[in-house]
Design a protein around this ligand. Structure first.
Ligand SMILES: Nc1ncnc2c1ncn2[C@@H]1O[C@H](COP(=O)(O)OP(=O)(O)OP(=O)(O)O)[C@@H](O)[C@H]1O
Ligand SMILES: [Mg+2]
Length: 365
């Protein structure tokens, strides 16, 4: 992306654009007000968010350079400048920092001020994303019911089975206790599985002030105790994120489950000494997830450079009992999703070989 050059007329009135166009910050659509030479006068919060760059950086820079094909917008703006049209629409790809380009529908329209145009960018994936999130939330609700009922059905006879095996053990000769031991051992294993399944439903929601960086630091030290060599855990924190009301222990468990998966998938990289997990926190503004729109939300990314989530289970990793790992019970992510949803948030995953990004979104007050 081109280095921004702040034009003199803007640097002497740094807030002039912000004041005039403040209302655009309330829109979910990405909006920029530009001069017809492409120079950005104002960028709204949604655009700032999508580009992953601050408003100060965007304003004064060339908007066409934010697209994979800058010439299309350049021509469009020239056309707007010479009154060739009142509004023009086309599809394009917006380049983003640390992200894949985003497909958008661009609308270029003239304003009342000569030499100025409004560029509106509607993310094409927004609708698809919203559908996906709604599905995730519905699915989590259905999962919760199913798990709770199933867990109780398993739990009830377990105590009886274990007790009967113990009684049997006392009655039979030593040479057969090997078999009763198997029954007792397996009953215990099932018991602990069921306890994990029921844990999120049973535990009270202990609400207090949560500092997300304290949560990350706690998880970081737990992971480093377990994987002391060959794994780097990088912090990339936005320390301006405010505290929020929540259950600290639940959130630690959620982040730990995600980071623990990452560390497990990084086994080969750990041996090679180049395994990295990154904790990145950011603030997202005017964000929509599920069916709701939030003014402010916290984004925590847990990123690893491991092999990525296998394609065969990619769509189902948040389902209970889905595991791609030998010996995995497939509950870690289900629990993490439940805990984050109890904070009205959501976990999403983007994964390709070498880069897996679990994003926790939690609304801020
Ligand atoms: N960072 C990651 N990279 C690659 N694959 C992952 C990652 N995180 C999760 N997965 C895949 O998703 C599956 C489900 O994870 P989940 O934590 O729900 O269950 P699990 O780790 O198999 O078992 P457990 O209940 O012990 O956590 C994992 O088995 C793994 O295949
Ligand atoms: Mg796991």
């Amino acid at each position: 992306m081109k280095k921004p050059s702040i034009p003199t007329f803007l640097s002497s009135f740094p807030d002039s654009g912000t004041l005039r166009f403040q209302a655009f910050d309330l829109l979910a659509t990405l909006v920029a007000v530009v001069r017809t030479n492409g120079c950005v006068v104002f960028a709204n919060a949604a655009l700032e968010d999508a580009l992953g760059t601050s408003r100060r950086t965007i304003e004064g820079s060339q908007l066409p350079e934010c697209f994979t094909e800058p010439h299309i917008l350049k021509h469009a703006l020239e056309g707007a400048g010479s009154n060739e049209f009142a509004a023009l629409r086309y599809d394009a790809w917006l380049r983003r920092l640390n992200h894949e380009p985003m497909p958008v529908h661009v609308v270029v329209a003239q304003t009342d001020t000569p030499g100025e145009a409004i560029v509106e960018m509607l993310p094409l994936e927004q609708q698809a994303k919203q559908d996906r999130e709604e599905r995730l939330i519905d699915q989590a609700q259905a999962n919760k019911e199913l798990i709770r009922n199933l867990a109780h059905e398993i739990k009830n006879p377990l105590g009886g089975i274990r007790g009967a095996a113990q009684l049997l053990q006392m009655e039979i000769g030593k040479d057969l206790t090997e078999y009763t031991q198997v029954i007792i051992h397996e009953a215990d294993r099932l018991q602990s599985l069921v306890d994990r399944l029921l844990a999120p439903h049973r535990r009270p929601h202990l609400v207090g002030d949560v500092n997300i960086h304290e949560v990350c630091e706690r998880v970081r030290s737990l992971i480093l105790v377990e994987f002391p060599k060959g794994l780097r855990v990088v912090r990339d924190y936005d320390t301006s994120i405010p505290e929020f009301r929540g259950d600290r222990e639940q959130l630690i468990q959620a982040v730990l489950n995600i980071a623990h998966n990452a560390a497990q998938e990084l086994a080969q990289h750990i041996t090679a000494g180049n395994a990295t997990i990154t904790f990145r926190t950011r603030v997202a503004r005017q964000i929509t997830f599920g069916k709701k729109r939030y003014r402010l939300a916290l984004e925590l990314h847990v990123i690893d450079n491991g092999p990525g989530v296998p394609d065969s289970i990619k769509d189902r990793i948040f389902y209970p009992l889905v595991s791609g790992r030998e010996g995995g019970s497939g509950l870690g992510l289900t629990l993490a999703q439940t805990f984050v949803q109890q904070h009205h948030g959501l976990i999403e995953c983007e994964s390709r070989p070498g880069h897996t990004d679990f994003k926790l979104l939690i609304p801020l007050p």
